[in-house]
Design a protein around this ligand. Structure first.
Ligand code: CMP
Length: 159
């Protein structure tokens, strides 16, 4: 009972004081190729997410395999690696209140056909694989994914 009360109070405090977080975003090859970088950045910035680090990068096969290694048993893994290495991507770090969850809300569901109207994937995704953007799915993975692409010196947090 006491534990439940503490948990409820902690959740209440967390919702009243959203934490400033950092998350990794990737604008994927087909969205870069089709000239959607500027359009997509507007979705992030209009929802209060700031870009604090960014670089265009043409991933090597080794990098793509390692980055998506949690999917290595999936049937789509070889195609995913081929797709992610098919052209340059924009890797970036977004910062803001509840950035991990906020970014995922702005991106929409993995499959653009199921993504809510007005989300990046609904507006720019082609199919479940070529879905315009990647975003970290948890704070823990965000830290790991940011460190995969960026050193601390390459980031410009607000404070
Ligand atoms: P992302 O959010 O980058 O995380 C894993 C990626 O794998 C996903 O976006 C898609 O690009 C891809 N993916 C996920 N599910 C499928 C699927 N069923 N078929 C093909 N590609 C997929």
């Amino acid at each position: 009972m006491f534990r439940a009360l503490i948990l409820a109070a902690t959740n209440l405090l967390a919702s009243a004081n959203p934490q400033v977080e950092q998350t990794l975003s990737i604008i994927k090859p087909e969205a870069v190729e089709h000239g959607h970088i500027g359009d997509i950045e507007a979705y992030f910035e209009s929802e209060g997410l700031r870009v604090i680090g960014a670089k265009l990068s043409h991933l090597s096969t080794e990098q793509a395999k390692e980055f998506y290694s949690e999917h290595k048993e999936c049937a789509f893994y070889p195609e995913l690696v081929a797709y992610m290495t098919s052209g340059p991507v924009l890797v970036q770090v977004l910062e803001g209140e509840d950035a991990v969850a906020e970014n995922r809300k702005i991106m929409g569901a993995t499959d653009p056909k199921k993504a809510s109207a007005g989300t990046i994937r609904a507006d720019f995704g082609t199919d479940i694989q070529q879905n315009a953007v990647h975003g970290s799915d948890s704070l823990k993975n965000a830290e790991k994914e940011i460190a995969f692409f960026f050193s601390a010196e390459e980031l410009y947090p607000k404070d």
